[in-house]
Ligand binder design. Sequence first.
Ligand SMILES: [Zn+2]
Length: 235
Amino acid sequence: MRTLTKEIQDKITPSMALRLLQDGNSRFVSNLKYNRNLIQQMNETMDGQHPFAVILSCIDSRTSAELIFDQGLGDVFSIRIAGNILNEDILGSMEFSCKVAGAKIVVVLGHTKCGAIQGACNHVEMGNLTALLKKVHPAIAQTPRTPQNSQGVYSYSDEVAINNVHHVMDEIPLKSPILDNMIQNGEIAVVGGIYDVETGVVKFFEHPHLEHFELEQPVAIVRKSSFEHELISTL
Ligand SMILES: [Zn+2]
């Protein structure tokens, strides 16, 4: 696995970026990983970084983005906050990642059995956590309780976690004209997904924002191009 250079980063499209993450998660689930020399990667990135993705995920100790997507130094910007909620500081971090540093994909990643989401569902109030958990309320409002999702400790909060990812994805272009513009120009894609803490699998889902990104069958699309295949195999 080569350390990303500006030249390689420039060649990566949003759909290829998604494929790189899907492949990395497949390696993780299979208990495989690229044989990286992290000291070498540290030396190769000492003068700059050219990551291909920015990933917003939860602080949960089981959901480290670099581990679950099998990425090395200089590969991804990792934004972590309880419940993977959005605020203007996080939007600023995403704008830096994409507009300044050239990342090609914004991933909003929720996870199953999320304590923060469960706390929000239970209307937990504690210190500064209260204001953070309030940011999950729109997703709770979008998630009616049903006999099916009310069984088990986590089934309702898992549905809220999914709706929370959708909500954050909706908010990104609404609250960031810079990212909205990049989405419209095809420079970046915003994708959402859920990490299953029982299986290690990240399930990416589709979103209206991506329709013009031909991501309905991302794997098939990436496989179409031998150039992309070649590039991915060199990474
Ligand atoms: Zn969590």
